[in-house]
Ligand binder design. Structure first.
Ligand code: COA
Length: 137
């Protein structure tokens, strides 16, 4: 099941942050939701277990995907695909994201959804190039 997180969902926020501690230790979800009106979080729950999340900014007619992650033991089970499909139902003109050039699983995932390479961002990730990808409605 996919659930959108609200700023007052303290219990679920804590569980997402614990599950993805490396992502959220310097980036508390509640603070982000309270300070950024465009920021959205979807969490994928399987029998109440937090298996994955996606964070994106929905800025009027466009969306930028900030991060998506699925816990190791649940990868390759279409969870990320379900999270992206959920975002694809939102009516916008385009969706963009940035991905490390060497992140083959993520690049394959995005290509499956029709994302195309728009630009290379040299050394965007501390020595690793970033690829700006876009899908247009
Ligand atoms: C990228 C990630 C989110 C994919 O999640 P997932 O739930 O395993 O993805 P799905 O099961 O929906 O896979 C969809 C497609 O992505 C691609 N893919 C996913 N994992 C892959 C892998 N390990 N190797 C190659 N392609 C892969 C495949 O094309 C796959 O389709 P297929 O199963 O029909 O071949 C996951 O690997 C992850 O959490 N990685 C670490 C965090 C990360 O890199 N996030 C992206 C930041 S930009």
């Amino acid at each position: 099941m996919i659930k959108e997180i609200n700023f007052n969902d303290d219990f679920i926020i804590e569980r997402v942050q614990k599950t993805f501690i490396n992502v959220f230790k310097d980036h508390p979800i509640k603070k982000d939701l309270l300070s950024n009106p465009f920021s959205k979080y979807l969490v994928y729950l399987y029998h109440d277990k937090v298996c994955g999340f996606v964070n994106y900014n929905h800025i009027y007619e466009r969306i930028e995907i900030i991060n998506i992650e699925v816990i190791k033991e649940y990868q390759r089970q279409r969870i990320a695909s379900k999270l992206i499909s959920y975002i694809f139902k939102i009516k916008v003109n385009n969706i963009t994201l940035e991905v490390k050039k060497n992140n083959i699983p993520a690049i394959n995932l995005y290509k499956k959804f029709g994302f195309k390479e728009l630009a290379i961002r040299k050394n965007y990730y501390n020595g690793v190039d970033g690829i700006l990808m876009e899908v247009v409605d």
